[in-house]
Design a binder for this molecule. Structure first.
Ligand code: NAD
Ligand code: TDX
Length: 341
């Protein structure tokens, strides 16, 4: 059995992943998270007393603290989810993205090397591949698509990937990289498209759609991302990159209309606002490598996944109302204030 340091385990995907690991494997998990605005231990109340789970508050940029967490808990594997993850925030200010996503990854790689750990998995993103043309639907991102970074967020994630490659090449370390498309599901912070639109619709507020609403994203239910990461951890080839996606492309505007329909609300709540600067037009992932080489397939289709997700936000208003107060309010003013005027 493995002893896994899950960094960023109090965030959206990390918390879903921890529950997935505890429920589906015998591995132990240390959740190492500094608890930024996006980190929420309420996501993990179901497992906080599980014997195979422990929370350690710490910053991935703090090498002494990471080393201590590794030593004290007999860690053999690191899975790095910790990141600043929201593109709009990276446009408002890039520093935190470079600190956490680049410098933090460097620290984790140094600890991997110094402690001789048996595995490291970097949770990366499809955004490192840039944007696809709309008029060539047959084109998708493969693992050999060149890195093209269009936002400070994607530049920071790509830099981290390049650091991983360099530590693999130079020191021969056991490093894997996964690059997933847009996730959706329970516990996603309501700054991201799907939970934001659900929350706004339920609050009776306008739904802000950037530009013409025709940007395309490829959506994957969060549990399927979790199962893919476990598959890569168990069967992936060190040094390799694995794309993960749902083969499920949607125009943003169609997702927004679907959410409104499912909630019984009218399309008059849609408000087209100023576009995100540098907005990538289309993402689409080719997952044939992980499917053919490692045998992974997603378990959820979009119909079921979106239904589960909308129901979860309807039933868990307290969760998102709480996180939407406080710090979130300042961010909303900064990001949307000028877009909506
Ligand atoms: P999130 O913003 O919900 O959570 C990030 C977590 O990292 C939070 O708990 C936060 O407290 C923690 N964190 C931030 N800085 C830290 C630091 N310096 N030290 C320790 N912990 C820190 O993000 P998410 O959506 O769950 O994404 C998780 C990972 O998956 C990220 O690396 C992201 O780039 C990647 N990813 C996300 C998506 C998506 O659609 N959300 C898709 C592909 C890849
Ligand atoms: O208010 C909004 N209105 C809107 O039209 C918001 C927040 C978003 N959008 C659009 C922008 C994108 O085209 O919806 C699309 C999805 O936006 P986000 O949820 O912000 O996701 P995206 O920018 O695609 O990035 C996501 O996928 C890749 C995650 O946030 C990243 O962490 C991940 O790496």
């Amino acid at each position: 059995m493995k002893s896994i340091l899950v960094t960023g385990g109090a965030g959206f995907i990390g918390s879903n992943f921890i529950k997935y690991v505890l429920g589906n494997t015998g591995h132990s998990v240390v959740n190492y998270d500094v608890l930024t605005y996006a980190g929420n231990l309420e996501n993990l109340v179901d497992v906080e007393f599980n014997d195979r789970y422990k929370f350690v508050k710490g910053d991935i940029c703090d090498k002494d603290a990471v080393t201590e967490a590794v030593d004290e808990n007999g860690i053999d594997t690191i899975i790095n989810f910790a990141a600043e993850s929201h593109v709009d925030r990276s446009i408002l200010g890039a520093e935190e993205f470079i600190n956490t996503n680049v410098m933090g990854t460097l620290v984790l790689l140094q600890v991997l090397k110094e402690k001789g750990l048996s595995k490291y998995l970097q949770v990366s993103t499809d955004e490192v591949y840039g944007s696809l043309p709309e008029d060539k639907p047959e084109l998708k991102f493969t693992e050999s698509t060149p890195i093209t970074t269009n936002s400070p967020y994607s530049a920071s994630k790509a830099s981290a990937d390049l650091l991983c490659n360099s530590f693999r090449h130079t020191f021969g370390l056991p490093i894997l990289i996964t690059r997933c498309s847009n996730n959706y599901g329970p516990y996603q912070f309501p700054e991201k498209l799907i939970p934001l639109m659900i929350a706004k619709a339920l609050n009776g507020e306008d739904l802000p759609v950037y530009g013409d609403g025709k940007n395309v994203r490829d959506w994957l239910y969060v549990d399927d991302h979790c199962s893919a990461i476990m598959t890569v951890l168990d069967k992936g080839k060190d040094g390799d990159v694995y794309n993960i996606g749902g083969n499920n492309e949607w125009y943003n505007i169609d997702i927004v209309k679907l959410i409104l329909k499912k909630l019984g609300k009218g399309e008059d709540m849609i408000r087209y606002v100023k576009d995100r600067p540098g907005h990538d037009r289309r993402y689409a992932i080719d997952s044939s490598k992980i499917m053919n080489e490692l045998g992974w397939t997603p378990a959820h289709n979009f119909e079921d996944g979106i239904e589960l997700t909308i129901n979860w936000y309807v039933e868990n208003k307290n969760w998102w109302k709480k996180v939407m107060s406080g710090e979130y309010k300042n961010y909303f003013e900064q990001n949307y204030g000028s877009k909506m005027s």
